[in-house]
Design a protein. Sequence first.
Length: 125
Amino acid sequence: MKSETILGKHLNMKELVRECLKESIRCRNDDKFLIIEIMKKSNVDVQENGNEITIKMQLDNLFDIPNTETIRRVRQEIQNTEKQYLPTDPKVLTARRFKEDVIYNYYANDQWLLTEYTNRKYGVK
C-alpha cells in the first residue's frame, strides 16, 4: 500500500470523526457512540430499536469497516492536540485523564500504581 493511500485514508477518517464530534455531544463524551456514528456514515447497516443496536454486514466486507482503534486515536488527536470538540461531561475528562496517567505510569515501570488503583477500585487486597 502506498504512503499516499495510507495518509489519504487517515485524513478522510479525521474529517469523518471531526464531523461526528461537531454534530454530536454524545460522540464527544463516549467512543462507543462515536464508533457507531462512524459506522453509519461509512454505509454500515446499523439499526437502532429502543435500547438495542444491530449491525448487519456481509462477512466479505468486514475489512472495509473503520478500525475502532483508529477512530479512538483520531478523536484523541482532535480533542487533545487540536483542542476541538472537547468532552462536555467533567466526569469523562477526569476519567480519561486518570486512565492516561495510570497507563503511562504503568509503562514507565511504576506498575505499583496500576496495582494500587485496581486494589482501591475493586477492593482487591
